[in-house]
Write a protein that binds this ligand. Structure first.
Ligand code: HSE
Length: 422
């Protein structure tokens, strides 16, 4: 049977999909007995016609030439962003076509209505490429781990942020310099805020939350902090304490609630996530009964990500409709109620009595200190004071920091980075 596919969006991933089909379509046919054909490609930019010509494919700038084509079975949306992608996905489903998308922002925001519409029409939405590029995390969770409870997720889901942190440490460079290296390599977008402020990681976490727990969280309810405030000195001090700073997506299932967060974390050097280099992605899942699992691989880029798009197309063409999850009712908890150990860096005047004032504030907020270390010696000048706390409630720690930052001997704002129980 021939399955016909229409592809909308000839960017990096779209072009990767065309290359993958050209190279591997006979392999796919041998393995699956399916005959999948790309019938038409579309891009709003007329100049992309040259890409279509290279692959001898019909080209259009009008996506509705694909959506309304009764010969086409599956629509691949690879344009990204919310609109017009949202309308095109909905209209494809209304025209009774299955959809494959890599659009994590769209799913994080509108996944609920998209999956409901697909279910109403007995159609599938494949989204393997939306989380961790080439890593088959979606199928692993939805199929391989279908009988498992996922108790915790810790993931490096944004390659650009990981690349920046990696380069800062390895080359002893500032955040700004590492960001500009990422931009030169074409990793970060011209406006890199989604990568460095944690928004991209948040979108991917929302998709994993749906997949593992049946919960589409409200984006604004998930605490999200990027890496822009992580300094080179924090990276080096953390390393001295046997930790590496990583931007993590975190999901912890409690009895009736879900703890979802995105922020930098001090990861012990002994944990595999601390060793994830460059722009790679990795996810650790703590499950029952499968135990602890680690997924690692390329999280971005047209060629690796095309593998995930192709696998969705093949799954849908084979009649697999196992992507959707039943929604569950679970409240998400506020970060202020989360308990953790913390790394604190306060810039303090180097003179007697300053530490005593700080520890007095910490004691008054019920915060117990595990270690204190002054970096450098410069009488009367500001020097870093590095403290590691025992486990404490975030709201208590924030209260203490507000008081510490008001001291005349402390330069605000003190740095706080969480230490998770990994
Ligand atoms: N911008 C993302 C990253 C890749 O840097 O990981 C696409 O999700």
């Amino acid at each position: 049977m021939i399955k016909k596919v229409g592809l909308i969006g000839l960017g990096t991933v779209g072009q990767g999909v065309l290359r993958a089909f050209k190279k591997n379509s006979s392999l796919i046919t041998r393995r699956t007995s399916l005959n999948i054909k790309i019938a038409k490609v579309c891009d709003a930019n007329q100049a992309k016609e040259r890409v279509a010509k290279k692959f001898s494919l019909p080209f259009t700038t009008d996506p509705y030439e694909i959506i309304n084509d009764s010969d086409i079975d599956i629509v691949i949306e690879l344009i990204g962003g919310i609109e017009p992608a949202y309308t095109l996905v909905k209209d494809s489903l209304k025209s009774k076509k299955d959809v494959v998308t890599a659009n994590k922002a769209l799913l994080a925001k509108n996944g609920k209505s998209i999956f409901n519409l697909a279910a109403k029409n007995d159609l599938s939405v494949g989204f393997e490429a939306s989380v961790c590029g080439a890593i088959p995390i979606i199928k692993s969770v939805s199929e391989g781990l279908v009988g498992c409870q996922v108790n915790k997720i810790f993931g490096i889901l944004n390659g650009t942020a990981n690349y920046i942190l990696h380069k800062m440490e390895k080359e002893n460079i500032s955040f700004k310099k590492a960001l500009s290296q990422a931009q030169d390599k074409g990793l970060a977008e011209q406006d890199p805020s989604f990568d460095i402020e944690g928004g991209d990681t948040l979108h991917k976490l929302c998709i994993l939350s749906y997949l593992c727990y049946g919960v589409w969280p409200k984006l604004s309810k998930v605490y999200t902090e990027g890496i822009t405030k992580v300094s080179l000195s924090d990276i080096l001090y953390a390393k001295g304490l046997n930790y590496r700073i990583k931007l993590l997506a975190i999901a912890i299932r409690q009895k009736k609630t879900l703890d979802l967060r995105v922020h930098p974390v001090l990861v012990p050097l002994s944990h595999p996530l601390s060793g994830i280099p460059l722009a790679y992605n990795a996810v650790t899942l703590y499950t029952h009964p499968a135990g602890e699992l680690l997924f690692f691989g390329e999280g971005a880029g047209g060629t690796p990500t095309s593998s995930s798009v192709v696998s969705d197309i093949v799954a849908i063409a084979s009649g697999n409709k196992s992507f959707a999850r039943r929604e569950e009712n679970m409240a998400t908890i506020d970060i202020k109620d989360v308990k953790n150990k913390y790394y604190l860096r306060c810039m303090v005047q180097d003179r007697p009595g300053v530490l005593a004032k700080i520890t007095k504030i910490l004691a008054s907020c019920e915060i117990s200190i595990s270690s204190v270390n002054q970096k450098g010696r410069s009488r009367g000048e500001f020097v870093p004071l590095i403290m590691i706390t025992h486990e404490v409630k975030e709201s208590d720690l924030r209260k203490a920091i507000r008081k510490i930052d008001r001291l005349s001997t402390v330069k605000s704002h003190s740095q706080l980075i969480r230490i998770e129980k990994l």
